[in-house]
Design a protein around this ligand. Structure first.
Ligand SMILES: [Zn+2]
Length: 370
């Protein structure tokens, strides 16, 4: 298991390197347990992996959905090289160790041990490893588009780092690009042009008091908004004809992303009324809905009893969970690793947590599928 985790970290599955190497490592590990898998690869290095452990089919299948990719190590200095998988004092260090290669190593071993034991399952185990969860969810979108071959599913488990808390809700995200368009002119005669940066200034002023329509959520709180990028202008002596900003909204369950876009467009219309030369547009860069699984549904109650925890809770980060929820499936996030270490320098996972993860996942499989 430790060996698998190290190899997965060393595979360096950032968006530019792709996930294919990690998919191949998982495929050969599953092969050792006699489990076949299918790698779906595109653009040379991008890859999803799917494996199915067949059963009598009397019960609904369990889908364990992981992501193979990691975020880049970032600019900060790491005490150990981020892709060396250094082991020290019971921990394995490296980008992706917690988010979420520890979870992958745990579920692969749990499935392998159950297959090895010869246990007769009443429902299939489906293991899915996705590309691109950290960037554009390309892998999960691809999987969900082509899910017709799947057996009937009882539910979905995401082995993300939750430190063994059961997560049933998280906020969604909506990344918008807002552009303003002006007219270029020599800056010695700015009156002949329309300054796109000045137009953006009026939008930024409006955003100070922008009212977002949502109902606060008891666990997740409010929808947040943050303007995180800005770009405009090409040269010191040209009136800029373009400016753009990037806004990150973190939305709550039941909130409609289209309302935000609609309200922004109304703001643009108001500004255009004041100044006819004003031109602006908004486009979606990325969006993932919020997740909210009914914590009293049968699947979650059975899940709680399988792991011996009664409470479910919510987290701040987002996952690919909502794509599976859109298929009408209950989704639970549960796995080894401290969530606060994700995306940070010196990310690590306790080896004992990965071992605990194997036991938890075996219990979950036996509870639902035996
Ligand atoms: Zn993750």
């Amino acid at each position: 298991m430790k060996n698998l985790l190290s190899k997965l970290i060393q595979a360096q599955t950032t968006a530019d390197k792709g996930e294919l190497a990690a998919a191949e490592i998982i495929a050969s590990e599953l092969k050792r347990f006699g489990i076949d898998s299918r790698i779906d690869s595109w653009d040379k290095t991008r890859a999803n992996i799917t494996a199915q452990v067949k059963s009598t089919g009397r019960k609904g299948a369990l889908l364990f959905a992981c992501h193979l990719d990691v975020v880049p190590p970032g600019e900060a200095n790491w005490q150990n090289p981020p892709f060396a998988a250094v082991e020290s004092e019971g921990r394995i260090y490296g980008r992706g160790s917690a988010d979420m290669k520890g979870g992958i190593a745990a579920i692969v071993n749990a499935i392998g041990e159950i297959a090895d034991s010869g246990t007769k399952l009443q429902g299939d185990i489906i293991l899915f490893g996705a590309a691109g969860e950290e960037t554009d969810s390309c892998g999960t979108k691809r999987f969900v588009r082509d899910y017709g071959w799947l057996p009937e599913l009882a539910g979905v488990v995401l082995p993300e780092p939750t430190d063994f808390e059961i997560i049933t809700a998280h906020r969604g995200m909506l990344w918008l690009k807002v552009e303003t368009f002006g007219k270029a002119a020599h800056s010695s005669t700015p009156q002949l042009g329309v300054n796109a940066i000045a137009s953006m200034k009026s939008i930024l002023n409006e955003l100070e008091n922008f009212k977002i329509r949502f109902e606060p959520h008891e666990l997740l709180g409010e929808c947040s908004m943050s303007v995180n990028t800005i770009a405009g202008g090409k040269a010191m002596n040209i009136v800029p004809d373009k400016c753009d900003i990037g806004i990150d909204f973190r939305t709550v369950p039941k909130q409609n992303h289209l309302d935000i876009i609609d309200d922004l467009q109304k703001t643009f219309a108001k500004l255009k009324q004041k100044s006819p030369q004003f031109e602006a547009a908004v486009s979606v860069i990325r969006q993932v809905g919020a997740l909210e699984t009914d914590s009293n549904c049968d699947f979650v109650r059975a899940f709680c009893s399988a792991v011996g925890i009664t409470e479910t809770t919510a987290v701040g980060f987002t996952t690919d969970g909502p794509f599976f929820a859109s298929l009408g499936l209950p989704v639970v996030i549960f796995g080894p690793g401290k969530p606060h270490l994700a995306h940070k320098p010196d990310e690590y996972i306790d080896i004992s947590d990965v071992e605990k993860g194997v036991e938890y996942f075996k219990n979950i499989i036996m509870k639902f599928l035996s």
